[in-house]
Design a protein around this ligand. Structure first.
Ligand code: ADP
Ligand code: MG
Length: 497
Protein backbone atom coordinates (compact mmCIF):
# COMPACT_ATOMS: atom_id res chain seq x y z
CA UNK A 1 0.00 0.00 0.00
CA UNK A 2 1.26 3.46 -0.79
CA UNK A 3 0.55 6.62 1.17
CA UNK A 4 1.19 9.91 -0.62
CA UNK A 5 4.46 11.51 0.42
CA UNK A 6 3.57 15.10 -0.56
CA UNK A 7 3.46 17.35 2.52
CA UNK A 8 0.02 17.43 4.14
CA UNK A 9 -0.60 20.29 6.53
CA UNK A 10 -4.03 19.12 7.73
CA UNK A 11 -2.96 16.79 10.53
CA UNK A 12 -6.35 15.07 10.74
CA UNK A 13 -6.11 14.06 7.08
CA UNK A 14 -2.54 12.90 7.54
CA UNK A 15 -3.40 10.89 10.67
CA UNK A 16 -6.21 9.18 8.78
CA UNK A 17 -3.91 8.43 5.83
CA UNK A 18 -1.24 6.89 8.07
CA UNK A 19 -3.80 4.79 9.96
CA UNK A 20 -3.06 1.15 10.61
CA UNK A 21 0.50 1.11 9.21
CA UNK A 22 4.06 0.70 10.36
CA UNK A 23 7.30 0.49 8.37
CA UNK A 24 8.85 -2.94 7.93
CA UNK A 25 11.37 -3.81 5.22
CA UNK A 26 10.70 -0.62 3.33
CA UNK A 27 6.92 -1.09 3.17
CA UNK A 28 4.02 0.45 5.08
CA UNK A 29 2.27 -2.60 6.47
CA UNK A 30 -0.38 -3.60 9.03
CA UNK A 31 0.35 -6.03 11.87
CA UNK A 32 0.55 -9.70 10.86
CA UNK A 33 -2.48 -10.30 13.10
CA UNK A 34 -4.37 -7.38 11.56
CA UNK A 35 -5.00 -6.03 15.08
CA UNK A 36 -4.96 -2.28 15.67
CA UNK A 37 -5.54 0.12 18.55
CA UNK A 38 -6.94 3.65 18.64
CA UNK A 39 -4.73 6.74 18.58
CA UNK A 40 -6.41 9.51 20.60
CA UNK A 41 -6.15 13.29 20.39
CA UNK A 42 -5.73 14.11 24.11
CA UNK A 43 -7.06 17.65 23.63
CA UNK A 44 -10.49 16.35 22.60
CA UNK A 45 -10.60 12.66 23.49
CA UNK A 46 -11.40 11.84 19.86
CA UNK A 47 -9.88 8.95 17.92
CA UNK A 48 -7.76 10.33 15.08
CA UNK A 49 -6.30 7.12 13.67
CA UNK A 50 -5.47 3.54 14.45
CA UNK A 51 -2.02 2.01 14.74
CA UNK A 52 -0.97 -1.61 14.27
CA UNK A 53 -0.93 -3.63 17.48
CA UNK A 54 2.55 -5.07 16.87
CA UNK A 55 3.48 -8.37 18.46
CA UNK A 56 6.25 -10.98 18.29
CA UNK A 57 5.61 -11.88 14.63
CA UNK A 58 5.96 -8.23 13.59
CA UNK A 59 9.09 -7.81 15.69
CA UNK A 60 10.54 -10.89 14.04
CA UNK A 61 9.87 -9.54 10.55
CA UNK A 62 11.36 -6.13 11.36
CA UNK A 63 14.47 -7.61 12.99
CA UNK A 64 15.00 -10.03 10.08
CA UNK A 65 14.77 -7.14 7.64
CA UNK A 66 17.26 -5.08 9.65
CA UNK A 67 19.69 -7.99 9.96
CA UNK A 68 19.57 -8.62 6.21
CA UNK A 69 20.09 -4.94 5.35
CA UNK A 70 22.82 -4.21 7.87
CA UNK A 71 25.67 -6.06 6.16
CA UNK A 72 25.53 -4.05 2.95
CA UNK A 73 24.86 -0.83 4.86
CA UNK A 74 27.99 -1.33 6.99
CA UNK A 75 30.05 -1.82 3.82
CA UNK A 76 29.21 1.63 2.50
CA UNK A 77 31.86 4.25 3.19
CA UNK A 78 31.01 5.98 6.47
CA UNK A 79 30.79 9.38 4.81
CA UNK A 80 28.31 7.99 2.32
CA UNK A 81 26.10 6.74 5.14
CA UNK A 82 26.43 10.13 6.78
CA UNK A 83 25.46 11.87 3.56
CA UNK A 84 22.28 9.77 3.34
CA UNK A 85 21.39 10.54 6.96
CA UNK A 86 22.05 14.25 6.31
CA UNK A 87 19.78 14.02 3.25
CA UNK A 88 17.01 12.71 5.55
CA UNK A 89 17.66 15.82 7.66
CA UNK A 90 17.31 18.06 4.60
CA UNK A 91 13.98 16.49 3.62
CA UNK A 92 12.67 16.60 7.19
CA UNK A 93 13.64 20.28 7.50
CA UNK A 94 11.20 20.93 4.65
CA UNK A 95 8.41 19.30 6.64
CA UNK A 96 8.58 21.13 9.95
CA UNK A 97 5.01 22.36 9.58
CA UNK A 98 3.58 18.99 8.61
CA UNK A 99 5.41 17.08 11.33
CA UNK A 100 4.84 19.74 13.99
CA UNK A 101 1.10 19.66 13.38
CA UNK A 102 0.90 15.90 13.42
CA UNK A 103 2.85 15.53 16.66
CA UNK A 104 0.72 18.29 18.24
CA UNK A 105 -2.43 16.40 17.28
CA UNK A 106 -1.37 13.06 18.72
CA UNK A 107 0.48 14.23 21.85
CA UNK A 108 -1.38 17.40 22.86
CA UNK A 109 1.79 19.53 22.81
CA UNK A 110 1.13 23.06 21.62
CA UNK A 111 2.28 23.74 18.06
CA UNK A 112 3.74 27.21 18.60
CA UNK A 113 5.59 26.61 21.86
CA UNK A 114 6.63 22.95 21.49
CA UNK A 115 5.69 20.83 18.51
CA UNK A 116 7.07 23.00 15.72
CA UNK A 117 10.31 23.31 17.68
CA UNK A 118 10.54 19.56 18.09
CA UNK A 119 10.19 19.11 14.33
CA UNK A 120 13.05 21.56 13.68
CA UNK A 121 15.34 19.89 16.21
CA UNK A 122 14.55 16.55 14.60
CA UNK A 123 15.97 17.74 11.29
CA UNK A 124 18.96 19.32 13.01
CA UNK A 125 19.86 16.05 14.76
CA UNK A 126 20.00 14.25 11.39
CA UNK A 127 22.11 17.04 9.93
CA UNK A 128 24.50 17.04 12.89
CA UNK A 129 25.14 13.28 12.93
CA UNK A 130 25.14 13.11 9.14
CA UNK A 131 28.33 15.17 9.20
CA UNK A 132 30.15 12.81 11.55
CA UNK A 133 30.74 9.79 9.29
CA UNK A 134 34.47 10.38 8.97
CA UNK A 135 34.82 10.69 12.74
CA UNK A 136 34.29 6.93 13.10
CA UNK A 137 38.05 6.58 13.15
CA UNK A 138 40.36 4.45 15.25
CA UNK A 139 43.86 4.81 16.65
CA UNK A 140 47.35 3.60 15.88
CA UNK A 141 49.13 2.18 18.89
CA UNK A 142 52.93 2.02 19.32
CA UNK A 143 52.78 -1.58 20.51
CA UNK A 144 55.76 -3.04 18.67
CA UNK A 145 57.82 -1.39 15.91
CA UNK A 146 57.57 -4.53 13.78
CA UNK A 147 53.79 -4.59 13.95
CA UNK A 148 51.09 -2.22 12.85
CA UNK A 149 48.56 -2.04 15.64
CA UNK A 150 45.32 -0.18 15.07
CA UNK A 151 41.80 0.04 16.41
CA UNK A 152 38.72 0.07 14.24
CA UNK A 153 35.29 1.37 15.17
CA UNK A 154 32.83 -1.25 13.97
CA UNK A 155 29.04 -1.22 14.05
CA UNK A 156 27.28 -3.38 16.62
CA UNK A 157 24.74 -4.81 14.14
CA UNK A 158 20.99 -4.55 14.73
CA UNK A 159 19.96 -1.99 17.32
CA UNK A 160 16.58 -1.99 19.08
CA UNK A 161 15.42 1.53 19.97
CA UNK A 162 12.49 2.01 22.36
CA UNK A 163 11.14 5.52 22.62
CA UNK A 164 8.60 7.49 24.67
CA UNK A 165 5.84 9.88 23.64
CA UNK A 166 6.90 13.22 25.13
CA UNK A 167 9.22 14.28 22.28
CA UNK A 168 8.88 11.21 20.07
CA UNK A 169 10.50 12.50 16.87
CA UNK A 170 13.43 14.22 18.56
CA UNK A 171 14.16 11.35 20.92
CA UNK A 172 13.95 8.88 18.05
CA UNK A 173 16.40 10.99 16.03
CA UNK A 174 18.89 11.06 18.93
CA UNK A 175 19.06 7.27 18.66
CA UNK A 176 18.68 6.42 15.00
CA UNK A 177 20.82 9.11 13.40
CA UNK A 178 24.05 8.12 15.21
CA UNK A 179 23.20 4.40 15.04
CA UNK A 180 22.76 4.55 11.27
CA UNK A 181 25.81 6.70 10.57
CA UNK A 182 27.86 4.19 12.58
CA UNK A 183 26.75 1.40 10.22
CA UNK A 184 24.03 -0.27 12.28
CA UNK A 185 20.50 -1.12 11.21
CA UNK A 186 17.70 -0.11 13.55
CA UNK A 187 14.28 -1.30 14.65
CA UNK A 188 12.39 1.41 16.52
CA UNK A 189 9.45 0.61 18.79
CA UNK A 190 7.27 3.73 18.92
CA UNK A 191 5.47 4.74 22.10
CA UNK A 192 1.88 3.53 21.99
CA UNK A 193 0.57 7.08 22.57
CA UNK A 194 2.54 8.68 19.70
CA UNK A 195 2.96 6.38 16.69
CA UNK A 196 2.00 8.76 13.87
CA UNK A 197 4.59 11.54 13.55
CA UNK A 198 7.43 9.04 13.88
CA UNK A 199 5.81 6.96 11.15
CA UNK A 200 5.72 9.97 8.86
CA UNK A 201 9.42 10.55 9.61
CA UNK A 202 10.06 6.89 8.81
CA UNK A 203 8.22 7.21 5.52
CA UNK A 204 10.37 10.19 4.54
CA UNK A 205 13.57 8.38 5.55
CA UNK A 206 12.44 5.42 3.47
CA UNK A 207 12.69 7.54 0.33
CA UNK A 208 16.42 7.98 0.99
CA UNK A 209 17.75 4.93 2.87
CA UNK A 210 18.05 1.31 1.63
CA UNK A 211 15.05 -0.74 2.72
CA UNK A 212 15.47 -2.53 6.02
CA UNK A 213 18.19 -0.39 7.57
CA UNK A 214 15.42 1.42 9.37
CA UNK A 215 12.16 -0.18 10.55
CA UNK A 216 9.47 1.29 12.76
CA UNK A 217 7.02 -0.90 14.66
CA UNK A 218 4.10 0.16 16.82
CA UNK A 219 2.48 -1.51 19.79
CA UNK A 220 2.58 -1.83 23.55
CA UNK A 221 5.43 -2.59 25.93
CA UNK A 222 4.78 -6.21 26.92
CA UNK A 223 3.60 -7.41 23.49
CA UNK A 224 5.94 -5.42 21.23
CA UNK A 225 8.76 -3.82 23.27
CA UNK A 226 9.69 -6.93 25.26
CA UNK A 227 10.01 -9.20 22.18
CA UNK A 228 12.24 -6.57 20.56
CA UNK A 229 14.60 -6.63 23.54
CA UNK A 230 14.54 -10.44 23.53
CA UNK A 231 15.05 -10.91 19.76
CA UNK A 232 18.31 -12.86 19.30
CA UNK A 233 19.58 -10.71 16.42
CA UNK A 234 19.17 -7.48 18.39
CA UNK A 235 22.65 -6.77 19.79
CA UNK A 236 22.00 -3.54 21.68
CA UNK A 237 19.05 -1.67 23.17
CA UNK A 238 18.78 2.06 23.46
CA UNK A 239 15.83 3.10 25.60
CA UNK A 240 14.24 6.33 26.78
CA UNK A 241 11.39 6.12 29.27
CA UNK A 242 10.50 5.53 32.89
CA UNK A 243 12.84 4.12 35.53
CA UNK A 244 10.60 1.14 36.15
CA UNK A 245 10.48 0.09 32.48
CA UNK A 246 14.17 0.90 32.12
CA UNK A 247 14.96 -1.61 34.84
CA UNK A 248 12.85 -4.28 33.12
CA UNK A 249 14.65 -3.61 29.84
CA UNK A 250 18.04 -3.76 31.55
CA UNK A 251 17.15 -7.10 33.19
CA UNK A 252 16.03 -8.58 29.87
CA UNK A 253 19.18 -7.28 28.17
CA UNK A 254 21.30 -8.86 30.93
CA UNK A 255 19.91 -12.28 30.01
CA UNK A 256 21.34 -11.79 26.51
CA UNK A 257 24.46 -9.99 27.75
CA UNK A 258 23.87 -7.10 25.39
CA UNK A 259 24.69 -3.47 26.14
CA UNK A 260 22.05 -0.85 26.88
CA UNK A 261 21.78 2.90 26.87
CA UNK A 262 19.09 4.09 29.29
CA UNK A 263 17.73 7.63 29.43
CA UNK A 264 15.36 7.55 32.39
CA UNK A 265 13.60 9.94 34.72
CA UNK A 266 14.65 12.99 36.62
CA UNK A 267 13.80 15.30 39.48
CA UNK A 268 16.14 18.07 38.49
CA UNK A 269 17.01 20.76 41.02
CA UNK A 270 17.23 24.45 40.29
CA UNK A 271 19.01 26.53 42.94
CA UNK A 272 18.30 30.26 43.01
CA UNK A 273 20.83 32.17 45.13
CA UNK A 274 20.01 35.46 46.86
CA UNK A 275 22.12 37.42 44.33
CA UNK A 276 20.46 35.88 41.25
CA UNK A 277 18.89 38.03 38.53
CA UNK A 278 15.30 37.38 39.57
CA UNK A 279 13.70 38.01 36.17
CA UNK A 280 16.08 35.62 34.45
CA UNK A 281 15.64 33.02 37.16
CA UNK A 282 11.85 33.17 36.91
CA UNK A 283 12.01 32.86 33.12
CA UNK A 284 14.45 29.99 33.63
CA UNK A 285 12.03 28.23 35.96
CA UNK A 286 9.17 28.58 33.47
CA UNK A 287 11.36 27.21 30.67
CA UNK A 288 13.05 24.64 32.90
CA UNK A 289 9.79 23.23 34.20
CA UNK A 290 8.65 22.82 30.56
CA UNK A 291 5.24 24.25 31.44
CA UNK A 292 4.70 24.59 27.67
CA UNK A 293 5.03 20.80 27.50
CA UNK A 294 2.69 20.32 30.44
CA UNK A 295 5.82 19.50 32.47
CA UNK A 296 6.22 16.23 30.55
CA UNK A 297 10.00 16.26 30.37
CA UNK A 298 12.57 14.10 32.13
CA UNK A 299 14.76 17.20 32.48
CA UNK A 300 12.03 19.31 34.12
CA UNK A 301 13.37 21.54 36.93
CA UNK A 302 10.71 20.30 39.30
CA UNK A 303 12.55 21.05 42.56
CA UNK A 304 13.21 24.76 42.79
CA UNK A 305 15.32 25.77 45.79
CA UNK A 306 15.06 29.50 46.42
CA UNK A 307 16.94 31.57 48.98
CA UNK A 308 14.82 32.69 51.90
CA UNK A 309 15.40 36.40 51.14
CA UNK A 310 13.80 36.20 47.68
CA UNK A 311 11.55 33.17 48.11
CA UNK A 312 8.21 34.98 48.33
CA UNK A 313 8.99 37.39 45.50
CA UNK A 314 10.14 34.48 43.35
CA UNK A 315 6.95 32.50 43.97
CA UNK A 316 4.76 35.52 43.18
CA UNK A 317 6.56 36.21 39.94
CA UNK A 318 6.67 32.56 38.90
CA UNK A 319 2.96 32.09 39.55
CA UNK A 320 2.17 35.34 37.69
CA UNK A 321 4.29 34.28 34.69
CA UNK A 322 2.64 30.86 34.47
CA UNK A 323 -0.76 32.45 34.98
CA UNK A 324 -0.25 34.53 31.83
CA UNK A 325 0.19 31.38 29.76
CA UNK A 326 -2.75 30.37 27.61
CA UNK A 327 -4.03 26.82 27.82
CA UNK A 328 -5.98 25.59 24.85
CA UNK A 329 -6.13 23.71 21.56
CA UNK A 330 -2.59 22.56 20.76
CA UNK A 331 -3.08 23.49 17.10
CA UNK A 332 -4.14 27.06 17.91
CA UNK A 333 -1.25 29.53 17.46
CA UNK A 334 -2.34 31.42 20.60
CA UNK A 335 -1.90 28.37 22.82
CA UNK A 336 1.08 28.13 25.17
CA UNK A 337 0.03 25.01 27.10
CA UNK A 338 -1.71 21.98 25.61
CA UNK A 339 -3.09 18.73 27.01
CA UNK A 340 -1.63 15.83 29.01
CA UNK A 341 -0.90 12.91 26.70
CA UNK A 342 -3.15 10.16 28.07
CA UNK A 343 -5.85 9.36 30.59
CA UNK A 344 -3.47 7.33 32.75
CA UNK A 345 -0.90 10.16 32.86
CA UNK A 346 -3.69 12.63 33.60
CA UNK A 347 -4.84 10.53 36.55
CA UNK A 348 -1.29 10.18 37.82
CA UNK A 349 -0.64 13.93 37.70
CA UNK A 350 -3.97 14.76 39.35
CA UNK A 351 -3.15 12.23 42.08
CA UNK A 352 0.07 14.09 42.91
CA UNK A 353 -1.78 17.41 43.01
CA UNK A 354 -4.30 15.95 45.45
CA UNK A 355 -1.49 14.50 47.57
CA UNK A 356 0.22 17.89 47.69
CA UNK A 357 -2.98 19.61 48.75
CA UNK A 358 -3.67 16.91 51.34
CA UNK A 359 -0.19 17.46 52.78
CA UNK A 360 -1.32 21.01 53.55
CA UNK A 361 1.15 22.66 51.24
CA UNK A 362 0.76 26.17 49.89
CA UNK A 363 -0.31 26.04 46.28
CA UNK A 364 -0.87 28.34 43.30
CA UNK A 365 -2.97 26.86 40.53
CA UNK A 366 -2.15 28.87 37.41
CA UNK A 367 -3.61 29.48 33.94
CA UNK A 368 -7.29 28.98 33.35
CA UNK A 369 -8.61 25.75 31.84
CA UNK A 370 -9.82 26.19 28.26
CA UNK A 371 -13.51 27.08 27.95
CA UNK A 372 -13.88 25.98 24.31
CA UNK A 373 -16.67 23.32 24.32
CA UNK A 374 -14.74 21.38 21.63
CA UNK A 375 -12.06 20.75 24.27
CA UNK A 376 -14.48 19.62 26.98
CA UNK A 377 -13.23 16.03 26.70
CA UNK A 378 -9.57 17.11 26.76
CA UNK A 379 -6.97 16.11 29.33
CA UNK A 380 -6.04 19.56 30.61
CA UNK A 381 -4.38 20.20 33.96
CA UNK A 382 -3.69 23.61 35.46
CA UNK A 383 0.00 24.12 36.29
CA UNK A 384 0.56 23.94 40.06
CA UNK A 385 3.32 25.63 42.01
CA UNK A 386 3.61 24.13 45.50
CA UNK A 387 5.33 25.86 48.41
CA UNK A 388 6.03 24.80 51.96
CA UNK A 389 6.87 21.19 51.11
CA UNK A 390 10.24 19.80 52.15
CA UNK A 391 12.69 17.97 49.92
CA UNK A 392 11.60 14.80 51.73
CA UNK A 393 7.97 15.12 50.60
CA UNK A 394 6.56 12.75 48.00
CA UNK A 395 6.12 15.56 45.49
CA UNK A 396 9.80 16.42 45.76
CA UNK A 397 11.06 12.84 45.58
CA UNK A 398 9.00 11.26 42.83
CA UNK A 399 8.95 12.16 39.17
CA UNK A 400 5.49 13.55 38.39
CA UNK A 401 5.86 14.16 34.65
CA UNK A 402 3.24 16.88 34.78
CA UNK A 403 2.98 20.67 35.27
CA UNK A 404 3.71 20.50 38.98
CA UNK A 405 6.75 21.92 40.76
CA UNK A 406 7.83 22.43 44.35
CA UNK A 407 9.48 25.68 45.40
CA UNK A 408 11.57 24.93 48.49
CA UNK A 409 13.01 27.62 50.76
CA UNK A 410 16.68 27.45 51.84
CA UNK A 411 18.86 29.62 54.06
CA UNK A 412 22.40 28.70 53.22
CA UNK A 413 24.26 27.42 50.21
CA UNK A 414 25.50 24.19 51.81
CA UNK A 415 21.94 23.31 52.76
CA UNK A 416 20.80 23.88 49.16
CA UNK A 417 23.57 21.75 47.62
CA UNK A 418 22.89 18.93 50.08
CA UNK A 419 19.15 18.99 49.39
CA UNK A 420 19.67 19.21 45.61
CA UNK A 421 21.86 16.11 45.74
CA UNK A 422 19.49 14.29 48.08
CA UNK A 423 17.55 12.61 45.29
CA UNK A 424 17.43 9.21 43.63
CA UNK A 425 17.86 11.00 40.31
CA UNK A 426 20.77 12.82 38.68
CA UNK A 427 19.81 14.03 35.23
CA UNK A 428 20.21 17.82 35.19
CA UNK A 429 20.70 20.74 37.57
CA UNK A 430 20.84 24.51 37.29
CA UNK A 431 22.23 27.25 39.51
CA UNK A 432 21.31 30.93 39.38
CA UNK A 433 23.85 33.39 40.79
CA UNK A 434 26.04 36.34 39.84
CA UNK A 435 28.97 34.95 41.82
CA UNK A 436 31.51 33.04 39.72
CA UNK A 437 33.08 31.26 42.66
CA UNK A 438 29.73 29.82 43.76
CA UNK A 439 28.92 28.89 40.18
CA UNK A 440 32.12 26.89 39.76
CA UNK A 441 31.81 25.25 43.15
CA UNK A 442 28.24 24.14 42.43
CA UNK A 443 29.18 22.89 38.96
CA UNK A 444 31.65 20.55 40.61
CA UNK A 445 29.39 19.42 43.41
CA UNK A 446 25.96 19.01 41.83
CA UNK A 447 25.31 15.32 41.16
CA UNK A 448 23.88 15.43 37.64
CA UNK A 449 24.84 14.69 34.05
CA UNK A 450 24.13 18.23 32.84
CA UNK A 451 24.74 21.34 34.95
CA UNK A 452 23.94 24.84 33.70
CA UNK A 453 24.50 28.19 35.36
CA UNK A 454 22.08 31.04 34.64
CA UNK A 455 20.32 29.21 31.85
CA UNK A 456 18.11 26.20 31.32
CA UNK A 457 18.56 24.82 27.83
CA UNK A 458 17.19 21.52 26.64
CA UNK A 459 19.37 18.79 25.15
CA UNK A 460 21.56 20.14 22.32
CA UNK A 461 23.09 18.15 19.45
CA UNK A 462 26.90 18.05 20.06
CA UNK A 463 26.64 18.14 23.89
CA UNK A 464 26.67 14.79 25.69
CA UNK A 465 23.41 14.31 27.52
CA UNK A 466 22.48 11.64 30.06
CA UNK A 467 22.02 11.05 33.74
CA UNK A 468 23.67 9.42 36.71
CA UNK A 469 22.08 7.53 39.62
CA UNK A 470 18.53 6.38 38.73
CA UNK A 471 18.44 8.72 35.73
CA UNK A 472 20.17 6.23 33.51
CA UNK A 473 23.25 4.83 31.87
CA UNK A 474 25.22 6.42 29.07
CA UNK A 475 25.06 9.58 27.01
CA UNK A 476 23.33 10.72 23.86
CA UNK A 477 23.49 13.62 21.41
CA UNK A 478 27.25 13.89 20.87
CA UNK A 479 30.07 12.44 18.78
CA UNK A 480 31.33 10.56 21.84
CA UNK A 481 27.85 9.13 22.36
CA UNK A 482 27.85 7.77 18.80
CA UNK A 483 31.26 6.18 19.28
CA UNK A 484 30.63 4.76 22.74
CA UNK A 485 27.08 3.58 22.27
CA UNK A 486 26.79 2.50 18.65
CA UNK A 487 30.18 1.00 17.83
CA UNK A 488 32.61 -1.42 19.37
CA UNK A 489 36.33 -1.04 19.20
CA UNK A 490 38.22 -3.84 17.46
CA UNK A 491 41.96 -4.10 17.98
CA UNK A 492 43.95 -5.33 14.98
CA UNK A 493 47.65 -6.28 14.92
CA UNK A 494 49.48 -6.85 11.64
CA UNK A 495 52.71 -8.69 12.39
CA UNK A 496 55.17 -7.92 9.61
CA UNK A 497 58.12 -9.91 10.90
P1 ADP B 1 5.21 5.44 30.30
O1 ADP B 1 5.25 5.70 31.74
O2 ADP B 1 4.95 6.62 29.47
O3 ADP B 1 4.37 4.25 29.93
P2 ADP B 1 7.40 3.68 29.75
O4 ADP B 1 8.79 3.77 30.24
O5 ADP B 1 6.57 2.57 30.27
O6 ADP B 1 6.73 5.08 29.99
O7 ADP B 1 7.41 3.60 28.16
C1 ADP B 1 8.48 3.98 27.34
C2 ADP B 1 8.56 3.01 26.17
O8 ADP B 1 8.86 1.70 26.66
C3 ADP B 1 7.26 2.85 25.38
O9 ADP B 1 7.57 2.72 24.01
C4 ADP B 1 6.69 1.56 25.94
O10 ADP B 1 5.82 0.91 25.07
C5 ADP B 1 7.95 0.75 26.15
N1 ADP B 1 7.81 -0.36 27.07
C6 ADP B 1 6.97 -0.49 28.12
N2 ADP B 1 7.15 -1.66 28.76
C7 ADP B 1 8.14 -2.32 28.11
C8 ADP B 1 8.80 -3.57 28.28
N3 ADP B 1 8.48 -4.39 29.26
N4 ADP B 1 9.80 -3.91 27.42
C9 ADP B 1 10.15 -3.06 26.44
N5 ADP B 1 9.56 -1.88 26.22
C10 ADP B 1 8.57 -1.49 27.03
MG1 MG C 1 4.48 2.24 30.52
Amino acid sequence: MTIAIEPVTDPHALAAALSGRMLIDGALVPAVSGRTYAVINPATGQTIATAPFGEAADVEAAVASAAAAQKAWAKLPARRRGALVAECGRLLAGRVEELGRLVALETGKALRTESRGEASVLADVFTFFGGLGSELKGETIPFDPAMLTVTLREPIGVIGAIIPWNAPMMLMAMKIAPALVAGNAVVVKAAEEAPLAVLRVAQVMNTVLPKGVFNLITGFGPECGAPLVAAPAVRKITFTGSVETGRAVYRAAADKLIPVTLELGGKSPMIVMADADLDRAVAGAVAGMRFTRQGQSCTASSRIFVHDSIHDAFVDRLAAAVDRMVMGDPLDERTDIGAIVSKSQHERVCGYIEAGRAAGAGVRACSALPDDPALAGGLFVRPHVFTGLGNDSRLAREEIFGPVCCVIRFRDYEEAIAAANDSDYGLAATLWTRDLKTALDAAHRLEAGFVQVNQNLVVQPSLSYGGIKQSGLGKEASLEAMLEHFTHKKTVILNMT
